[in-house]
Write a protein that binds this ligand. Structure first.
Ligand SMILES: C[S@@+](CC[C@H](N)C(=O)[O-])C[C@H]1O[C@@H](n2cnc3c(N)ncnc32)[C@H](O)[C@@H]1O
Length: 331
């Protein structure tokens, strides 16, 4: 049964959030169709309801709600006449406006509230169900419940400042999670991070429920990764070694954040030489269509004839550092 959803994308990188949403839904066979997009709001039609385990994977998608009504720009009174009562069983609810177009919040809450049984309790602080009203190019009414929670807020619990082993250069957990989602790894597969550092990417792989493998050339990084994973009750196979250690493992995808010349050691190897050596190794280990998702600061170093760049997202950190999230596929 076809369903329509309203995706609210995180403001940090709308394009990455959009790609994460659509690519994961495509990979998981939801056959998504984008019906419209207004800034960070995406209306997507899929061929079946989106499962909870998919919702909780999203790192860059702030919220997903199920569309009850989706029309061109019309007045609330006109919609109210057309929509049936909103069924929310015996759950508590709150009504929220996504954009205030000079419309009266209390008028909209009153009109929409009349569509919900008076037996349902209003809870403005912690409702089981939220009804959203959005009026822009389209007028949208959607319904959210706790089973639809994405990981956008929860991801912050994985932030470096809450981990026992700190690294100033560990990638933000929301980006790490979306990188893992872009790897197109089967649920029962394995993802490797061969430059795992303190384990920021390993945490997201393991939290999603996919087997994680980590390698780092510095011995204490193995300890730090394992310590950070344990803090969240997660686990991974982590070993100390050079990038060549990937030859000891089988995996379905690589998600990684290689050294880029700031704060990390390469044990004396130049970043360009290490990148070339890594790409040669990755291209041998990956099978056709398998993915490598990397955060890099010099995208021009990604040159390997059997690795095809599918997407590149620019990620501004500060005036002297921009990182690029590269989605690469073995030809
Ligand atoms: C940018 S950091 C990774 C940060 C990591 N994402 C985190 O959450 O902490 C790159 C890591 O690559 C490791 N490294 C450098 N050269 C390596 C090599 N030849 N083989 C494996 N690891 C290496 C460094 O020790 C460093 O921990």
């Amino acid at each position: 049964m076809k369903e329509k959803y309203l995706f609210e994308l995180g403001g940090e990188n709308i394009e990455l959030g959009k790609y994460e949403a659509i690519d994961l839904l495509e990979y998981e066979n939801y056959k998504p169709q984008i019906l419209s997009q207004e800034i960070n709001l995406l209306v997507v039609e899929v061929i079946k309801p989106i499962e909870k385990k998919i919702m909780r994977r999203f790192g860059m998608v702030k919220r997903v709600s199920n569309i009850i009504n989706y029309l061109g720009n019309v007045q609330i009174e006109e919609i109210i006449e057309k929509i049936p009562d909103i069924e929310i069983n015996n759950k508590s609810f709150a009504i929220r406006l996504l954009k205030k177009n000079g419309e009266s919040e209390s008028k909209i809450a009153k009109l929409l509230g009349e569509k919900i049984s008076s037996k349902n309790r209003i809870d403005l602080n912690n409702p089981d169900v939220k009804i959203f009203y959005y009026s822009g190019e389209n007028t949208i009414i959607s319904k959210w419940d706790k089973n639809m929670e994405t990981y956008y807020s929860k991801c912050l619990e994985h932030h470096v400042k809450y981990r026992p082993y700190f690294s100033p250069i560990s990638i933000h957990p929301r980006i790490a999670r979306s990188m893992v989602n872009l790897a197109r790894c089967p649920w029962k597969g394995k993802i490797i991070d061969p430059f795992c550092g303190t384990g920021g990417i390993l945490i997201e792989i393991a939290d999603i429920g996919i087997d994680a493998i980590g390698i780092d050339i510095i011995d204490k990084m193995k300890e730090y990764s394992l310590g950070n994973l344990k803090h969240y009750n997660l686990s991974a196979a982590v070993s100390c070694g050079d990038i060549e250690t990937i030859n000891d493992y089988n995996f379905n995808a690589i998600v990684t954040d290689p050294p880029y010349g700031i704060s990390t050691t390469t044990k004396g190897e130049g970043v360009s030489k290490l990148m070339k050596r890594s790409l040669d190794l990755f291209s041998i280990k990956l099978k056709p269509k398998q993915r490598l998702v990397m955060a890099v600061s010099k995208p021009e170093l990604i040159v390997q004839h059997s690795l095809k760049i599918i997407k590149c997202f620019e990620w501004y950190i500060h005036k002297s550092l921009t990182r690029y999230i590269m989605v690469i596929e073995k030809d």
